[in-house]
Design a protein around this ligand. Structure first.
Ligand code: BGC
Length: 734
């Protein structure tokens, strides 16, 4: 099938125009809009219709007579997914669809390094081009509202500002490679439970302050060319056919000029989709000709039910994305795949995203010269994770597991033993773990062997956590609770009793740790660190690199501490989930209710120490980047090794006229420092850093009065503070 499709594309790109002068749309020196109008004017009604719906799982049809090639889409967002189809979800069985598996989105967010976001996007963009893709289905930027959401691992955490900064870097990098990113899922897809039907109710302020900023930044700052609607409903209307979200906010208010596509199967009604802002229908469970935007739309256009101008607008948007990504241009970037440079990006994202949560008595980093025996325990030490989680899974070019990474690093300087410790029964057919000969062992047998291995070793590295099986960190379902599965809590306690020098490494998203955290000296949160993850982890464990990741989401001590669960506002009742916590998502809730989290938002330790000093506020006139005030302070590496610190700036309003969160992240900077080195950090704040969304005025109000500028190494470690006053209330339209 693949060769057939490719030959069609070849035919397409060599369309002949005889003696005619070169049509305007093929002239790369013409402005995009001129090319769009010229090509639009040459299309028949049927050809236009063919551009607004799929003709396979991940493509739209070619129009050979005009040289329009088929358009290929691919998931996203952690690399270029293996090919499926064309008409089924079964893998196509290609041998050339291995690609670089980047760490999961939550790990990228934990780097707090937008430049790395750019590098990751750029690498994925290059791989997409090499694989012949035009639109990459990512990044995913839905806010982490509940720890249980099955797709939290794909997204960028709980904070709208952090999410926005990371997404802009990623999209700019990806789109620099002549492909379109497709930011998803617009909007409010914050749970997988009943994702296709659940109706979300949220107030206007919360919508604008918490759930929309990353999408807005993707559109207005990164210039994203495609947006994917969400499966769920918002205020009673499906998000892929939601007039308020798509027409009003995205297109009218934000000025989005690209295309809106459905999530796969996200369209429900031709009329709604036609009028409410959808431009491209994908993945409907029907024959392609029966898609809502195929024959039914064509019939409605012919009979005058739908205006031709509406179709032209959709086609224009589709064509605009094609021209913007240089589909018709001979010098479109060709891309590259599985390069050493891409591997380096994957490893760096993992190294900078792994978070050191605890390090009592500096047990870490390990010194291989002083250790004779290391016991590695845990099923995740050998589990391949990249090809899991559903749509974001990657057929990795290779994958260094934690065990392999540690073995590579130790390089026979110490004896390494391995015990699985617990069994993770394959709950999903996609589970990749091969069974060992003689399995299944009993849980007691596995635990006994692990304890014996722990007792015999100088140091234990337990590598557990979650995986991508359905019901854990996996699309289409949420977790049932926030507990470690497979009896790991009990096992960790037994292991640490046998050997107190136990380091716990957790893969996956957040879990409760109360039952063993006090007894364990060192804990690392490794997320899903991608195909270079094992090497990255080993480099962190042995101190080749300083851990510099910071949590992009609050880790609650127990599920009931987090807002949606405390308020019983998850997973909804009678088909509707009401976000009754409003603005108090993540740390905003923990601050407001004075709840001690297990680990706070922005937290992460290092092998060195940093001293913050000399906070100064320098006022300006809003000229440069709209900055009205710039916070300047110094950070010094006061320890013995090189390291990186993420300095965070939060804003607090004194005596606000409306409810304001206790503090909100409005700036951050990752600083790399040699021992003894000191740097001055400047973080500029625009008017918007002080503003709240005023639904009556449909814009942002920054109230006259005093604000505190809070600077520190986490949301609960503020070490510098100063005050800033706004003399007048100022308003900015959305
Ligand atoms: C997911 C999307 C994905 C699409 C195509 C859907 O199930 O929600 O994120 O891009 O499938 O695989």
């Amino acid at each position: 099938m693949k060769s057939y499709l490719f030959s069609l594309c070849l035919v397409a790109s060599t369309a002949a125009f005889g003696a005619e002068p070169q049509p305007l749309y093929l002239d790369g020196s013409q402005p995009v809009e001129t090319r769009v109008e010229d090509l639009l004017s040459r299309l028949t009604l049927e050809e236009k219709i063919s551009l607004v719906h799929a003709d396979s799982k991940f493509s739209t049809a070619a129009i050979p007579r005009l040289g329009i090639p088929c358009r290929w889409m691919s998931d996203g967002p952690h690399g270029v997914r293996e090919d499926v189809g064309p008409d089924t979800w079964a893998p196509a069985g290609h041998t050339d669809d291995f690609s670089t598996a980047m760490p999961a989105g939550i790990c990228l967010a934990a780097t707090w390094n937008p430049d790395l976001g750019f590098s990751e996007g750029e690498a994925i963009g290059q791989e997409a081009r090499k694989r012949g893709k035009d639109i990459m289905l990512g990044p995913g930027v839905n806010i982490l509202r509940t720890p249980l959401c099955g797709r939290n691992f794909e997204y960028l955490g709980e904070d709208p500002f952090l999410t926005s900064r990371m997404v802009v870097g990623y999209i700019r990098g990806a789109q620099s490679q002549d492909i379109s990113s497709c930011v998803k899922h617009f909007a409010l897809n914050n749970q997988e439970f009943d994702r296709g039907t659940i109706n979300v109710e949220v107030d206007e302020r919360t919508l604008h302050e918490i759930y929309l900023p990353a999408f807005k930044a993707a559109v207005q700052e990164a210039g994203v060319w495609s947006v994917m609607g969400a499966y769920n409903q918002f205020r009673g209307q499906h998000c892929c056919e939601n007039n308020y979200l798509l027409n009003k906010i995205l297109k009218d208010e934000w000025g989005f000029k690209g295309l809106v596509m459905t999530d796969w199967g996200g369209a429900h009604d031709t009329g709604e989709a036609v009028t409410n802002g959808l431009d491209l229908e994908m993945g409907t469970d029907k024959k392609y000709d029966d898609f809502y935007f195929a024959q039914p739309y064509l019939d409605g256009l012919k009979s005058g039910v739908y205006p031709m101008s509406g179709l032209d607008d959709k086609v224009r948007r589709n064509l605009r994305v094609m021209f913007a990504t240089r589909v018709f241009d001979a010098d479109r970037k060709p891309g590259s795949i599985n390069t050493a440079a891409h591997e380096t990006v994957a490893r760096r994202v993992a190294e900078e995203g792994i978070v050191l949560l605890k390090n009592k008595n500096n047990l870490l980093p390990l010194n291989p010269e002083k250790i004779k025996t290391i016991a590695i325990i845990g099923e995740n030490a050998t589990r391949l994770q990249a090809h899991g989680g559903q749509s974001s899974e990657i057929k990795a070019f290779y994958e260094i597991t934690p065990l392999a990474g540690i073995l590579n690093r130790v390089d026979r300087q110490a004896t390494v033993t391995y015990a699985m410790g617990y069994d993770a029964p394959a709950a999903s057919p996609r589970s990749t773990r091969p069974k060992a000969a003689g399995e299944p062992f009993s849980a007691a047998d596995l635990a006994d062997r692990a304890v014996a291995a722990a007792r015999a070793a100088d140091v234990v590295i337990f590598i557990g956590g979650l995986n991508h099986d359905i019901g854990l960190d996996c699309e289409s379902r949420d977790r049932k609770d926030m507990k470690l599965p497979y009896g790991q809590d009990e096992l960790i306690q037994k292991i640490v009793a046998a050997n107190p020098k136990t380091i716990v490494v957790l893969e996956g998203t957040m879990v409760e740790m109360d039952s063993w955290l006090d007894q364990v000296p060192a804990v690392l949160q490794a997320w899903y660190p991608g195909m270079e993850g094992g090497n990255a982890l080993a480099r962190v464990l042995f101190g080749d690199v300083d851990p510099s990741g910071k949590l992009p989401a609050t880790f609650p001590r127990r599920l009931e501490d987090s807002p949606a669960h405390a308020l019983n506002a998850y997973p909804g009742m009678n088909g509707t989930v009401t976000y009754s916590e409003g603005l108090l998502v993540g740390y905003r809730w923990f601050d407001a209710k004075s709840i001690e989290p297990l680990f706070p938002f922005g937290f992460g330790l290092s092998y060195t120490t940093f001293k913050y000093s000399n906070l100064k506020l320098v006022e300006s006139d809003g000229g440069t980047n709209g900055a009205i005030v710039t916070a300047q302070f110094e950070i010094e590496n006061t320890g013995a090794v090189a390291g990186a610190e993420v300095a965070q700036l939060y804003v607090h309003q004194d005596n606000p006229g409306v409810q304001r969160p206790e503090k909100e992240l409005k700036g951050f900077r990752k600083v790399f420092l040699q021992p003894g080195e000191k740097q001055t950090v400047s973080i500029a704040l625009a008017q918007n850093a002080f503003a709240f969304y005023n639904p009556d005025k449909k814009g942002w109000d920054a109230e006259k009065g005093r604000f505190k500028i809070l600077v520190g190494g986490s949301s609960r470690d503020i070490v510098l503070q100063s005050s800033y006053s706004l003399a007048e209330t100022v308003f900015e339209k959305d």
